[in-house]
Write a protein that binds this ligand. Structure first.
Ligand SMILES: Cc1cc2nc3c(=O)[nH]c(=O)nc-3n(C[C@H](O)[C@H](O)[C@H](O)COP(=O)(O)OP(=O)(O)OC[C@H]3O[C@@H](n4cnc5c(N)ncnc54)[C@H](O)[C@@H]3O)c2cc1C
Length: 501
């Protein structure tokens, strides 16, 4: 198991929520005690509505919500407010009026109804890995499902059911105990909820499709507060929208995925060269990503070394026959003069966390990106000769193709399937004084690369931009219809938003 699994013990929660809840015993106590003569009455809480208008939430209503939860209500006065509001990207520093840490679907339903009845701005937090910070908000409610971490593997039926608060590492850790796996992201602490609802690329997606393509069913709470199950034979329209439509249709509480045999031992790691070897590396990349075995997934990267030398690199995972995979690795090693190479036979769970150290929570991050349809000679030429990356910006092309492209774009809400790779320009830094320089570096690199891309990945988009047609393509009208049916007031809007209007 990669990380300790935190099962929710409802009984314990029921017993202890009073102490943990609003940070003072007085709040969980009956109102008569809260307003006792010797204690100052706790004030109502200022908040922000969906419309952006200010409102006030009465203390009595908060007490009632808190009392109904198996989890916790965390307010700004709580000692754990600052840790509860934190998300992965330190660039984002927002202050929700309240955080509902849900312990089960019933809590999610109570929180959704509370927000809907008051027309409160609502952010839904799974793993908290949204680059633009869509899982939090200023002044609204943060509905946090991160405690829903139960994982149950059905070995015979080749299925896994995972709570919506799981990270990829929780799922991989459990399924790999049975030499099984499904597509998860490439960093072990990324939340499965946002990742799956928006698509979900990983080392296994060329072989088995996106994370959302492996869904068998989803349990979710819709805007009316109802707990529903969506699958091909139950709420099939909703199930279509949940596979690529992001968090537009409700709060997912459980995901059921199909599992595939994946041996504990795979080939993984990375190899890098000076930019002078780029033409041959790109040729290999183009050939292998279009014609190579689906067990092999290649990601291509460009960056500058500490001494400002431009580098090109390939990270890979081959989840199949080891001898066949090593043959391909040997041909890769014969290209030019590699300056670094850590490819080898490794545990699959280690390959799934090989980048974790480079993506430290608590750092500041900025990203731009789009899909690359194909590695045309013009794009390849530009990458080798024309591209001028500013210092600090890393370009990374995460492999798509293979099984991702087998599925018709209109078969699920995930539209951008016929592409070679998901291109990202990433900036990561620790000192806030560097923020403007790093954002400018990322933007400058993206401005050069954007003409070679088409369409945005739902999971990397900023809700503030009008990205809908580029995210959802010709599926957009169907998504609007679904949105009108399940979320007519657009309660779930902090995502790559489908407007019901
Ligand atoms: C370090 C890092 C590595 C990444 N690696 C990959 C990768 O390998 N492959 C890939 O495809 N993507 C990757 N991503 C992008 C990732 O898919 C998105 O950031 C995704 O949104 C993360 O999901 P989350 O639950 O952690 O996010 P959150 O920040 O919690 O939420 C993101 C969005 O999903 C919504 N949401 C969250 N939980 C729920 C829920 N239970 N129900 C409904 N809506 C919900 C939120 O409201 C928000 O709109 C990576 C991101 C990071 C930061």
């Amino acid at each position: 198991m990669l990380v300790p699994r935190q099962r929710v013990d409802h009984v314990m929660k029921r017993r202890t929520f009073c102490q943990a809840t609003i940070g003072t015993a007085a709040l969980a106590a009956p109102l008569s005690r809260v307003f006792a003569a010797d204690k100052p009455a706790l004030a109502d809480v200022p908040a922000v509505k969906l419309s952006g208008q200010s409102t006030v939430i009465e203390r009595a209503a908060l007490n009632e919500l808190s009392g109904s939860l198996h989890g916790q209500l965390v307010l700004a006065e709580s000692s754990d407010y600052d840790s509860a509001r934190r998300i992965w990207n330190r660039m984002i520093d927002k202050r929700p009026a309240m955080i509902v840490r849900c312990a089960d679907a019933a809590d999610v339903s109570s929180a959704v109804s509370f927000a809907r009845e008051r027309e409160l701005l609502l952010a839904v937090r799974g793993g908290g890995h949204s680059f633009p910070g869509l899982s939090t908000c200023d002044g609204g409610m943060m509905l946090d499902v991160s405690q829903l971490r139960a994982v149950n593997v059905d070995v015979k039926g080749r299925r896994v059911v995972a709570g919506a608060g799981c990270w990829g590492g929780h799922v991989d850790g459990e399924t790999q105990q049975h030499a099984l796996a499904t597509t998860m992201g490439q960093i072990s602490d990324t939340g499965i909820a946002g990742l799956t609802l928006g698509g979900g690329f990983g080392w296994l997606s060329r072989q088995f499709g996106l994370a959302c393509d492996n869904l068998v069913s989803v349990e979710l709470v819709t805007a009316d507060g109802k707990v529903r199950r969506a699958s091909t034979d139950e709420n099939a329209d909703l199930f279509w929208g949940l596979r690529g439509g992001g968090g537009n249709f409700g709060v997912a509480t459980k995901f059921e995925y199909r599992l595939h045999p994946v041996s504990a031992q795979v080939i993984g790691g990375g190899i890098e060269w000076n930019i002078s070897d780029a033409p041959a590396v790109i040729d290999f990349y183009r050939e292998t990503t279009t014609r190579g075995p689906r067990e092999l997934s290649l990601d291509l990267g460009f960056w500058s070394s500490r001494t400002n030398e431009r580098r090109i690199g390939i990270d890979l995972c081959h989840a199949g026959d080891i001898a066949a995979g090593m043959k391909i690795v040997e041909s890769l090693r014969r290209i030019g003069k590699p300056v670094g190479d850590n490819i080898g036979v490794k545990q699959y769970v280690d390959v799934q966390r090989q980048f974790d150290d480079g993506n430290i929570s608590g750092e500041l991050h900025y990203i731009k990106g789009g899909f690359v349809p194909e590695m045309t000679p013009a794009f390849s030429d530009f990458l080798v000769k024309g591209f001028q990356p500013a210092s600090g910006a890393v370009v990374y092309m995460q492999n798509a193709s293979g099984a991702v492209a087998d599925i018709a774009p209109e078969a699920t809400a995930f539209w951008n399937r016929k592409v070679l790779a998901n291109l990202m320009v990433l900036g990561e830094w620790g000192d806030p004084a560097d923020t403007e320089r790093m954002r400018a570096a990322v933007r400058a690199a993206w401005d050069q690369l954007a003409p070679y891309t088409a369409g945005y990945y739902v999971n990397l988009s900023d809700a503030a931009k009008d990205t809908t047609s580029r995210n959802y393509g010709a599926n957009y009208p169907r998504l609007v219809k679904l949105k009108k049916k399940f979320d007519p007031k657009n309660l779930f809007r902090l995502n790559s938003n489908v407007s019901p209007a």
